[in-house]
Design a protein around this ligand. Structure first.
Ligand SMILES: C[S@@+](CC[C@H](N)C(=O)[O-])C[C@H]1O[C@@H](n2cnc3c(N)ncnc32)[C@H](O)[C@@H]1O
Length: 233
């Protein structure tokens, strides 16, 4: 049985499925560690033209996704579930997504991701089915599909067995609250620049100390907001 299951509710299931079929996440799906089901909300339209949106009450530009179609889709995909799966609406009004939230969500067994389009979704559908709203940043996209695939990727790689080396993400940016130190591979010299001596010294304590210093330096330089007072230097 998979360790985590995602159900993405979207008007563009192929878009999400394609993005999530490649590389590490694609392999985790093929291995059955992660399950991703992409559901087309349009399939639940009762309209003969398969419409899913309508104009907003009170006037204003754009179209809104209708509550009945969204909730019918949700009811169908969660029918038979013992408990209501944790349901997230991808929205610029949501709380900003970060690594700490990705870690918490990686412990869930099942997550439903609701993608809006056009001007968004009728508030009654959100109130009815959504547990939390998550934003991927302070800008507005045309739809929730790219944010949904970002969440699936960031959460899945924290699920045991998805990354070959489970220590990988602990040493990455944000794993210990800092940005990752710079990394180098072969060749030893590239366009006149050599790999730092310490990395070829074989002295692991010195390497660890250098990496910690570099992580602190980079974090001070690029993201001082991540540091507490003692580390700001
Ligand atoms: C054009 S946006 C709607 C924006 C909405 N009218 C507002 O002003 O808050 C359409 C859909 O894209 C998704 N979306 C846009 N920006 C996003 C962001 N920063 N994070 C997560 N989802 C976003 C949401 O699902 C949203 O319903």
């Amino acid at each position: 049985m998979a360790l985590i299951r995602f159900d993405i509710m979207t008007l563009f299931p192929e878009l999400c499925d394609t993005v999530l079929s490649e590389s590490i996440i694609g392999r985790a799906r093929a291995a059955g560690i992660v399950e991703v089901f992409c559901h087309n909300i349009r399939d639940y339209s009762k309209d003969k033209f398969r419409r899913v949106d309508d104009t907003p009450y009170g006037g204003g530009k754009g179209m809104l996704m209708k509550p009945d179609v969204v909730c019918d889709c949700f009811d169908a995909i969660t029918a038979g579930a013992e408990t209501k799966p944790h349901t997230i609406y991808l929205s610029p009004k949501g709380k900003r997504f970060d690594q700490a939230r990705a870690k918490e969500l990686s412990e869930k067994e099942r997550i439903v991701l609701l993608c809006g389009h056009y001007e968004g979704i009728d508030q009654r559908a959100i109130d009815e089915i959504v547990d939390e709203e998550i934003s991927i940043g302070d800008y507005v996209l045309t739809g929730g599909e790219i944010p949904a695939t970002i969440l699936v990727d960031a959460i899945s790689r924290l699920v045991p067995g998805v990354l070959a080396d489970p220590e990988c993400h602990e040493k990455e940016s944000f794993g210990d609250g800092l940005l990752e130190y710079p990394q180098y591979t072969r060749p030893y010299e590239f366009r006149g620049v050599k790999v730092p001596d310490v990395l070829i010294s074989g002295h692991h304590l010195n390497i660890d100390a250098w990496r910690r210093e570099e992580a602190l330096r980079l974090t001070r330089e690029k993201r001082p907001d991540l540091l507490d007072g003692s580390e700001k230097g």
